[in-house]
Design a protein around this ligand. Structure first.
Ligand SMILES: [Zn+2]
Ligand SMILES: [Zn+2]
Length: 100
């Protein structure tokens, strides 16, 4: 199941809400025609913004949707040691949101 997460910085006021995971459910697995989504975290090499992309989408091409720069995948575990896009300190934290 996909889940919303909130990324925030302990050093500045940066916050970002991201959806992560797969939309595949027991129900949709029975429907072979239905494309499943799989959202992963990426960082833009240009502006260091964090966002999630559905890697199963036909639009997915390993490029930033905003500026077209190459992007790198970041796991949830790496968020804690990842530099904040705003203040560049390694003070990010990620927590699940329950408003789905
Ligand atoms: Zn970009
Ligand atoms: Zn920060």
């Amino acid at each position: 199941m996909a889940q919303w997460y909130k990324i925030s910085c302990r050093n500045c006021d940066y916050t970002n809400e991201l959806i992560l995971g797969s939309s595949v459910t027991a129900e949709s697995l029975k429907d072979l025609n239905e494309d499943s989504a799989d959202f992963k975290i990426f960082e833009c090499k240009n502006d260091h913004e964090l966002f999630t992309i559905d890697v199963h989408s036909s639009d997915f091409n390993n490029k930033c949707p905003v500026c077209g720069t190459a992007i790198t995948e970041i796991s949830i575990e790496e968020i804690g040691v990842h530099a904040c896009p705003r203040c560049a300190n390694k003070t990010l934290k990620i927590e699940p949101l329950s408003h789905l």
